[in-house]
Design a protein around this ligand. Sequence first.
Ligand SMILES: NC(=O)c1ccc[n+]([C@@H]2O[C@H](COP(=O)([O-])OP(=O)(O)OC[C@H]3O[C@@H](n4cnc5c(N)ncnc54)[C@H](OP(=O)(O)O)[C@@H]3O)[C@@H](O)[C@H]2O)c1
Length: 328
Amino acid sequence: MKYRTIGTDPQHRREVSVLALGAMLFGSRTDEETSFAVLDRYVEAGGNFIDTSDNYAFWEDGGQGGQSEELLGRWRRSRGVGDEIVLATKLGARPLAPGTSYVDNPEGLSAKVIRESAERSRERLGVEKIDLLYAHIEDQRVPLQETVGGFAELVAEGTVGVLGVSNHAVWRVERARALAAAAGLPGYQVLQYQHSHLRPRFDVPSDLFPDGSLGHAGPELLGYLRAEPDLTLVAYSPLLTGAYTRQDKPLPPDYDHPGTPARLKVLREVAQEADATVNQVVLAWQIGAELPVIPLAGASSVAQLEENLAAVDLELTAEQRGRLDAAH
Ligand SMILES: NC(=O)c1ccc[n+]([C@@H]2O[C@H](COP(=O)([O-])OP(=O)(O)OC[C@H]3O[C@@H](n4cnc5c(N)ncnc54)[C@H](OP(=O)(O)O)[C@@H]3O)[C@@H](O)[C@H]2O)c1
């Protein structure tokens, strides 16, 4: 395994494995035995960066979520896991009532929610301190100042380490970080956005993003990452949930554009040259990128995880990387 650092504060920054493990479906779609086996193998291979959220996976049973955090809590206890494992969770997008969603009824990012939801997450996970806590989605009803202050209080109290943000417009990330910096408070240092080798269209509206997706790492986000050396990008859904290699998982409609076949062609060429799978080339391309990118992949079997772990040791040549970067 290889490692990189998230955060800058010497008291809170952490060394994390270059491949993060997504636990979104653990305890719901992925049963306990399989989830534990995947977690155990990930840790055995040197992985130490696990991602969840207080709302995972509410859509699986129409509830409010929490199954994933609870499963991680049981796994930690049963394995005697301590603070060597870096746990990241998120708040803000938990539905306030069963049968609703983050689109119509999210908990949001008030100081009260931040305090109370972080406390519930700590209980479910069985930890004193959340190593990395994200704002999951925007809350435009609450002044940013309040959200920034709410997160900073938890860091000051020692119950949260590093702060992160997901699915926010870049201008709101920058404004929140500027507010924090001006007040001498900790700001977001980990950006969690969808990022893979294929590029999506950004203008496809959805219920959450009527003006087009704010959840994908686009040119503005990548430029921001390049400009601000304290930031790390955690790239969610890097394997497009399996669509690169599986007939049963078609590419999402926002990848249906003329740039996609060119990117796929180069990916397949490089995979063949490197005697690797396309999934491994995607992950290796991210892990070895010039910008600090940590792919965050899910796995519903140990076999999938094994394939993904092997990407850590796949070294692409500069020429291959150049071709992968340039295809469009
Ligand atoms: N911040 C956010 O808003 C946000 C949004 C989404 C996800 N996330 C985080 O990102 C993590 C990963 O996201 P994701 O699950 O959407 O994306 P992903 O990593 O692209 O896909 C994981 C799924 O892809 C399939 N898969 C994984 N490895 C495979 C392999 N080697 N070969 C073939 N298929 C493979 C499996 O599907 P099957 O189980 O169907 O076999 C697996 O469940 C989540 O667990 C969550 O922590 C964050």
